[in-house]
Design a protein around this ligand. Sequence first.
Ligand code: CTP
Ligand code: MG
Length: 234
Amino acid sequence: MAYQVIIPAAGQGKRMGAGKNKLLVHLHEIPVFIHTLRVFEADHACSEIVLAVNPQEEPEIKRLLKDYGIQKVHSLVAGGTERQHSVYNAIKTLKNDGIVLVHDAARPFIDIPIIHQLAEVAERDGAAIVAVPVKDTIKKVQARKVVTTIERSSLWAIQTPQAFRVSLLLKAHKDAAESGFIGTDDASLIERIGVPVTVVEGSYDNIKLTTPEDLFFAEAIMKKRNSAIKNKGE
Ligand code: CTP
Ligand code: MG
């Protein structure tokens, strides 16, 4: 099951407040986005990585790709004002049909077995997303008053990667662009054109580095993984 992957990396990381794109922040001395790219670099099923970047950061990113020996990034595309624009710019450069994954550069803890499961389901169903059951109770609140409590058993927190048939994702993005619709993920664009999306259960480790405390959680996840590797070797 071969796939291509689009990695949007053209954000500003405002909520991280690092004074630069959060993807350039180091985790164990390696930039966040390099951790993410290494997963796909190592996955034999991944044929190509399309990276969407801020044109101002392109020289630095190109240098880092070279320094860290990342070889599957055949093309860099210019990001847009919203994540959705960055992804759309990337989709338009795809030459092959088949399965494409979209994965946030800000989620370095995605695992290859989950990627494979997702790609297989997308091949079967056309659209599939990774998610985990919500642990908190979620309420709808307006003006600090509870409107309603949403039954938790039906709530899932949606992550990336999300996987699609290329032609379907292109159609959904084109349609959204024509109507001026902006969604917070790619699957929502598929949903609005009436195509079902299948959920694949992922991992709570697959966090998106968004605010400063996420860097501490990331350190903890790395520590847990490193000690698991050590224990295996003993
Ligand atoms: N992204 C992008 N183009 C944009 C906005 C976001 O490619 N115009 C990318 C980010 O680089 C990130 C992913 O989409 O890898 C998820 O976005 P998010 O976590 O919101 O990152 P930022 O937009 O950078 O952060 P913030 O919203 O706090 O500014
Ligand atoms: Mg953002």
